[in-house]
Design a binder for this molecule. Sequence first.
Ligand SMILES: Cc1cc2nc3c(=O)[nH]c(=O)nc-3n(C[C@H](O)[C@H](O)[C@H](O)COP(=O)(O)OP(=O)(O)OC[C@H]3O[C@@H](n4cnc5c(N)ncnc54)[C@H](O)[C@@H]3O)c2cc1C
Length: 172
Amino acid sequence: MRGTDFDVVQIGYGPVGQTFAALAGKSGCKIGVYERYPALYGLPRAGHIDHEIMRILQSIGCATTVERDALRSNKYEWRNNAGQVLLDFEWNADGISGWASDYLIFQPDLESALDGIVRAEKLGQHVAPNKAVCGDECCLTQFCGVPLVVGRPARYGHDQTPCCCRDAVREY
Ligand SMILES: Cc1cc2nc3c(=O)[nH]c(=O)nc-3n(C[C@H](O)[C@H](O)[C@H](O)COP(=O)(O)OP(=O)(O)OC[C@H]3O[C@@H](n4cnc5c(N)ncnc54)[C@H](O)[C@@H]3O)c2cc1C
């Protein structure tokens, strides 16, 4: 077996993986990042963050960028078809961290801010788009080795190469 390529391999590069890569990289970890898609996913899914997430983003260094693109959210209501309020969250407060308690976000903006930090500060040693950790059947117990096989998704070809790390984190 080869020596260890990375301290940690991060499998998947959505917002959680981006956050992990930034935090682990800032703590001095040599982290390899593998994402099966060629680029950041360009459509929104998650739409809300709170002040505790802003604290994490602040520690990474992108909170002001995220806040610039976010909307402070003061109220969140669930209503039924008749307009009757079912659930009512009052978010019109400052969080104890000093950030607003809640924000609405456009996920691609958040991902772009996180990815910007990871790349600008070279926190991911090897941010590899279009590389899947094979195969889709991989599960955490297989990481206890931790030799991984990294390659383009099998349906696109078979350029798979081994990669060795001390730990692996899978985000999906
Ligand atoms: C239609 C839809 C609506 C949603 N609405 C909301 C919402 O309103 N609010 C909310 O909070 N959340 C919502 N979600 C959930 C949303 O996807 C998550 O909140 C957020 O994207 C999770 O981030 P993540 O980083 O954990 O995972 P993901 O964004 O899913 O990222 C995981 C990454 O891992 C990659 N990956 C997976 N397997 C491999 C492999 N073997 N090798 C390499 N890379 C791999 C994937 O390509 C992906 O990029 C929604 C999801 C969907 C599909």
